[in-house]
Design a protein around this ligand. Structure first.
Ligand SMILES: Cc1cc2nc3c(=O)[nH]c(=O)nc-3n(C[C@H](O)[C@H](O)[C@H](O)COP(=O)(O)O)c2cc1C
Length: 201
């Protein structure tokens, strides 16, 4: 089958696009508002775009609290979402009134960050402390503004639970990392294989 996205005429009961671009890593973003309000929410339009120095980014469909807070305070933390924290992670996606902490709502403890002000999720086995690089409004190929906001951050500090290090490598099966698939689906990282890249690559 083929469909164009102008008509979105896929004829399926659900739009398949997010099941095709999947599984997606989840950035579980903590940020502070200008008056110290704590915010936490999952974003699966999330990835790493450069490794050294590391640059990560997420995209918000609409100007949600995470983006509006980061625009004002210029810092955020990407906490790793795991199978053990799946229900808490999901609970933090609830649309709470601005200023009401999703940490409290989901029964999560905070842990202090080192180089940025927003706290981390204490129970998460990895967290990336980020300083804001840019916030860009996404647009279509013909220049139509979308009210979709791409937030890029420079990772200035990395927390790792050493229990997830196996032979000096961060082991995503030990962390039980989860990723977002389409619909209400998730993937658990439990089946990893390796391929060595061609020489000179
Ligand atoms: C696993 C998961 C991934 C999500 N990914 C995104 C995303 O990439 N972009 C987005 O705008 N909303 C996403 N959401 C919805 C937001 O988490 C939700 O709108 C949340 O209330 C936003 O919080 P905030 O307003 O405090 O930033 C996701 C929700 C879940 C459960």
């Amino acid at each position: 089958m083929f469909y164009d996205t102008e008509s979105n005429g896929h004829g399926l009961s659900h739009d398949p696009i997010k099941a095709i671009v999947a599984p997606r890593p989840i950035g579980w973003i903590s940020a502070l508002g200008p008056n110290g309000e704590v915010n936490l929410a999952p974003y699966s339009f999330f990835n790493i775009f450069a490794s050294n120095p590391p640059i990560v980014g997420f995209s918000s469909e609409g100007m949600k609290d995470s983006v509006s807070f980061i625009a004002q305070t210029k810092e955020f933390v990407c906490n790793l979402a795991t199978y053990d924290l799946r229900n808490e992670m999901n609970a933090t996606s609830a649309p709470l009134p601005r200023g009401e902490s999703e940490f409290v709502h989901a029964g999560l403890e905070t842990a202090p960050s080192r180089l940025v002000k927003p706290p981390r999720v204490k129970a998460s086995p990895a967290a990336l402390e980020c300083k804001l690089v840019s916030i860009q409004e996404l647009e279509t190929s013909d220049g139509r503004k979308l009210d979709r906001w791409l937030v890029l951050g420079h990772v200035v500090g990395v927390h790792i639970d050493e229990g997830c290090l196996v032979n000096g490598r961060f082991d995503i099966t030990a962390a039980k990392t989860i990723a977002r698939a389409g619909y209400a689906d998730y993937v658990l990282a439990d089946d990893v294989f390796s391929i060595t890249r061609p020489k000179g690559g």
